[in-house]
Design a protein around this ligand. Structure first.
Ligand code: SAM
Length: 212
């Protein structure tokens, strides 16, 4: 199930991106669009958590990348034979990603959705793998865990509170607290790995939902 938002099945119109009027003045969209438009050169590299998870034992099912930006994780998922959905608020990022998806011949397998993740909600037990890299919202984390199929995997990387030492003006709710996000997983989940990324004030976690 794809929730409301501006949905694009990637095709030949990747650079003609009519912006959802609801998102026109969205502050996150404007902020991130400005960053992506300012000469940003995407590598379209899949995230290491995507590589790790996609090479592990996963159930059948699609992949969801939350706050996908220009990450190549959805492309890797498509090349692994899965369908994938990438959600992000930035049309600048999604148009770059959509063009790359098309260039790599993966248009039939990837859907990109322009939406604000404070409103957009995944369905329950739908995805073999849910990823979120570089974005943190405690409520979304709980919903993302619920969106994972039994036996599936959740991968997350977010800023830790150490990032506030370098950027004290940043809202603290953008950062995971000590022990998070693993401590927020429902009972029964197996934490495959949880570690701080050296020198980056980020924590990276991979966890598997129980089969039952
Ligand atoms: C640090 S970047 C990470 C992008 C990508 N996951 C990666 O690893 O390259 C954060 C992403 O979150 C997106 N974002 C920020 N606020 C958002 C929101 N409210 N809803 C949806 N996406 C948002 C930005 O557009 C940006 O692409």
């Amino acid at each position: 199930m794809i929730q409301p938002g501006t949905v694009r099945q990637v095709g030949g119109v990747a650079r003609l991106w009519p912006v959802d009027p609801v998102l026109k003045d969205n502050p996150d969209r404007l902020r991130w669009n400005a960053r992506y438009a300012a000469g940003f050169r995407p590598s379209f590299e899949p995230h290491p958590l995507a590589r790790l998870a996609l090479s592990s034992d996963l159930p059948q099912g699609p992949v969801l990348d939350l706050a996908a930006g220009t990450s190549g994780s959805v492309i890797l998922a498509a090349k692994s034979g899965r369908t994938a959905v990438g959600v992000d608020v930035s049309d600048e990022a999604l148009s770059l990603l959509a063009a790359e998806i098309e260039r790599q011949g993966m248009s039939g397998r990837v859907t990109v959705v322009q939406a604000d993740l404070r409103d957009w909600r995944p369905g329950s037990r739908e995805y073999a793998l849910v990823l979120c890299i570089g974005y943190w919202d405690r409520d979304l984390f709980v919903l993302a865990a619920d969106a994972v199929l039994p036996g599936g995997v959740l991968g997350w990387e977010a800023l830790t509170t150490e990032a506030l030492d370098l950027a004290p003006q940043m809202p603290s709710q953008w950062c995971v607290r000590p022990g998070e996000p693993a401590s927020l997983l429902p009972a029964g989940w197996e934490v495959i790995s949880s570690q701080d990324v050296p020198g980056r004030s980020r924590r990276r976690m991979l966890a598997r939902r129980p089969l039952a």
